[in-house]
Design a protein around this ligand. Structure first.
Ligand code: PEP
Ligand code: MG
Length: 752
């Protein structure tokens, strides 16, 4: 990097700082800035275009173009050279602007006489706030130094815009960042509604003084922070729980590589030498990374750029002297906004949160599972939310439909509050049913159980009115830790779960890892189709050590009480035989060692692959019970990935195909008097629950929040009549019984 570049930018920045220090209103301040830049870069024109809204840029100040065009000339994103710069977040330079493809003639500006054009995006952390342009009459090529200087100035303008330096009365109100209402439709992660204020998981660093007159000092600060950053990464690598290989370790190696990348550090140093504060210099690099990230189609490369982005965030935090845990003071009505969050971190926040909004994340992610366990409304895939939201912003989260209103208009907030009130009324109606049985109007009683996975779930058991826990997902305890839990700890935990259930039955499912559930401390197998790969009981049988340890912990945790255990993802009868054999051996050993063993033991299997529905007759006699894992069964039955938003909701369990299949399973279980239940998400939906009950299922297990609505629907329905509606629709050749059933439920006043 030539030295002259640094010197040029520094003089410009020093003058800019003086200008910014002068008292002036937004418009006047911006006018002075364009004058100063035109002067400093010997340009006849300097103009600033700012983003008016998502799609429009507005000329907000100019030196050289006609003054009457200010606040009049507007361009759509992608339109003209300026619009193109904003859209691509890339500088553009040409010696003959009018002949450059995409040039848009704007007569009101009088710019046709200027031939050369250089424009750069004004961006902060990858978000384009506007465009800064210089123009000259004579055709000329702008040097790399000039582009660099303009970029550096644009960084400062971006920081100042963030601080509200250009806000003024009248047209300059558009410079007010993050004040407009913002609406985003994401995906439902956990139902529920909440009104509160934004709590950013990663609060942004606000830089009050973006320009420095002491680059040496800024360099020292940068080097200090980089040293600490490198030490942090080394510490993480040395942490023994990450022993072995695995994806986490790969990420850390990438971190280390970036943290030691001389090019990265040198570019940040050069920006400091140009007169930028260390934080802004890091942000400048980060903006470039984010622009590249949004453009690269290669998922691997995008991931790596993501890592670099994370690393920049860490560096910014270190520069600001903030540890990641600070700023997490959870205020009373906090709704957490994050790009993504790990299950452990979410548990740290715990029930103090009123809601969670994630920019990424997925419905099946562990964070989503934790949010469900804590009954916190969650919306995932809320695009741009982390960029739009500021700490403390008012926010409305509608987890029922997956929408988020940031800084809402009062009318929107009013309508939302009405919805909240209606929900509260419904909750009261459910609460009144807690001790009542789920008996239909024609006298059929169903067993409603709840699904759980964390100790945090158990308090819901008496409150929701479930008869017990039909599915306890034991892997969650493994997922939220950084190392394999110890047997004694597990046994103690299982003991506490028994205690908390107060005699109500709990069915523990043994570890279901693999596929979407990846343990951070276990070597990850790279599989082309993890959902069809090495997971659940397959892992348990191939690596029996953990399964044995878990069975032992369950036996000890029971402390003599009846124990119900089921194995996940059983595909063939032989797998169940082997798992049961392993269980028997552990039990025999426990007995030989003199440990108390459960007074009664039931060992079941989850029916999650179509294959098991066609198992040999003897299988139905060997299992003590069967539980249909509808989430997995559905994905294999319809060949539709449960994690893939494009196909996830495409197929319906109320389709005649699936109901035919369900009939087959119900009939086989009945022929052997094998107890059968359904524990996938669909069991918790009132319409589905009625249809399943009509198919002959007598036990349904669902999340706690679904017990009330399902019980209310079942208690209001005449099951015999529902059965007739369903069979009529099937006989009439309906692809799905849903339309007929829903219409009938509505007509007969069954809440659903
Ligand atoms: C299922 O597959 O339906 C199930 C209950 O298990 P999980 O969702 O944990 O895979
Ligand atoms: Mg499953």
């Amino acid at each position: 990097m030539p030295f002259s570049k640094a010197v040029d930018s520094r003089i410009l920045l020093t003058r800019l700082r003086e200008t910014l220090a002068e008292a002036a209103e937004g418009q006047e301040r911006l006018n002075r800035i364009v004058r100063l830049i035109a002067d400093g870069l010997v340009a006849e024109v300097c103009s600033v275009y700012l983003r008016r809204d998502e799609d429009t840029l507005e000329l907000c100040a100019t030196e050289g173009l006609k003054a009457e065009a200010v606040h009049l000339t507007r361009l759509r994103l992608g339109q003209g050279l300026v619009g193109r710069i904003a859209e691509t977040a890339t500088p553009l330079s040409t010696r003959d602007a009018p002949k450059t493809p995409g040039f848009r003639f704007m007569p009101e500006t009088g710019e046709e006489i200027y031939s050369s054009f250089l424009g750069v995006p004004i961006q902060r952390l990858g978000e384009v706030l506007g465009v800064l342009v210089i123009q000259n009459r004579t055709p000329r090529d702008y040097t790399e130094d000039e582009t660099y200087a303009l970029e550096v100035v644009a960084m400062v303008i971006a920081e100042m815009a963030e601080l509200g330096a250009f806000i003024g009365p009248g047209p300059m109100e558009i410079a007010e960042q993050h004040k407009r209402p913002f609406f985003v439709r994401g995906i439902v992660g956990q139902e529920g509604v909440a009104e509160g204020r934004v709590l950013l998981h990663e609060p942004q660093v606000v830089v009050s003084q973006p320009i420095t007159d002491d680059p040496a000092h800024e360099r020292t600060r940068l080097h200090g922070a980089i040293e600490r950053l490198r030490a942090e990464v080394d510490e993480m690598l040395a942490a023994d729980y990450l022993g072995g290989k695995g994806e986490h370790r790969d990420v850390l190696y990438t971190y280390r590589m970036f943290a030691h990348d001389k090019g990265w550090v040198r570019r940040i140093e050069a920006s400091i030498d140009s007169g930028l504060a260390a934080e802004v210099a890091v942000e400048k690099e980060q903006s470039a990374t984010r622009t590249r990230m949004s453009r690269t189609p290669d998922p691997y490369l995008r991931e790596r750029l993501h890592d670099l982005d994370d690393l920049s965030n860490r560096l910014l935090r270190l520069l600001a002297g903030r540890t990641p845990d600070q700023g997490r003071d959870v205020f009373e009505d906090a709704i957490l906004v994050a790009r993504n969050i790990g299950p452990g971190e979410l548990l740290d926040y715990g029930r103090r949160l009123k809601g969670v909004v994630l920019e990424e994340g997925s419905v099946g992610s562990h964070a989503a599972i934790v949010a469900r366990a804590l009954a916190i409304p969650l919306v995932v895939h809320a695009e741009r939310i982390t960029r739009e939201a500021k700490n403390g912003d008012p926010i409305l989260l509608d987890g029922d439909v997956g929408t988020v209103h940031l800084r809402p208009e009062e009318t929107v907030a009013q309508a939302f509050r009405e919805k909240v009130d209606m929900r509260a009324e419904a909750q009261q109606a459910y609460a009144a049913l807690v001790d009542k049985p789920a008996t239909t109007r024609d006298g059929v009683t169903l067993g409603l159980m709840m699904n759980a996975g964390l100790m945090a779930d158990l308090p819901s058991l008496p409150k929701c009115g479930a008869l017990g826990v039909g599915l306890f997902r034991t892997e969650l305890q493994f997922l939220i830790r950084t190392s394999v839990p110890k047997r004694t700890d597990l046994a103690a935990l299982y003991g506490r779960i028994f205690d908390a259930a107060k005699g109500k039955p709990v069915t523990f499912r043994t570890l279901d890892i693999g596929s979407d559930k990846v343990l951070p401390y276990m070597k990850r197998e790279d599989e082309p189709n993890p959902a069809l790969g090495w997971r659940a009981i397959r892992v348990g049988l191939d690596r029996p050590g953990i399964l044995r340890m878990q069975v032992q912990a369950l036996l000890r945790g029971a402390q003599g009480r009846p124990l119900s255990v089921m194995f996940p993802f059983v595909t063939e009868a032989e797998e169940f035989d082997r798992a049961r054999e392993l269980f028997a051996k552990v039990l025999a050993r426990e007995t030989a060692m003199g440990h108390t063993t459960p007074e009664r033991i039931e060992i079941g299997a989850m029916l999650e692959t179509p294959s098991l529905a066609f198992a040999p007759e003897r299988f139905f006699d060997t299992v003590d019970f069967l539980s249909i894992g509808g989430n997995d069964l559905k994905q294999f039955f319809f060949a539709a990935d449960r994690e893939n938003e494009r196909v996830r909701r495409r197929y319906d369990v109320l389709s005649t195909c699936f109901l035919n299949f369900l009939d087959h399973i119900v009939a086989r279980a009945a022929a052997h008097a094998t107890p059968l239940s359904f524990c996938g998400e669909d069991a918790g939906r009132p319409v589905e629950a009625v249809a399943f009950a009509a198919s002959g299922l007598t036990t349904l297990s669902m999340r706690a929040a679904s017990i009330g609505p399902v019980k209310l629907a079942l208690r209001s329905v005449d099951l015999g009549a529902a059965r007739t509606v369903i069979s009529d629709a099937r006989r009439a050749g309906a692809g799905s019984v849903r339309p007929a059933l829903e219409a009938w439920l509505a007509a007969t006043g069954v809440p659903h």
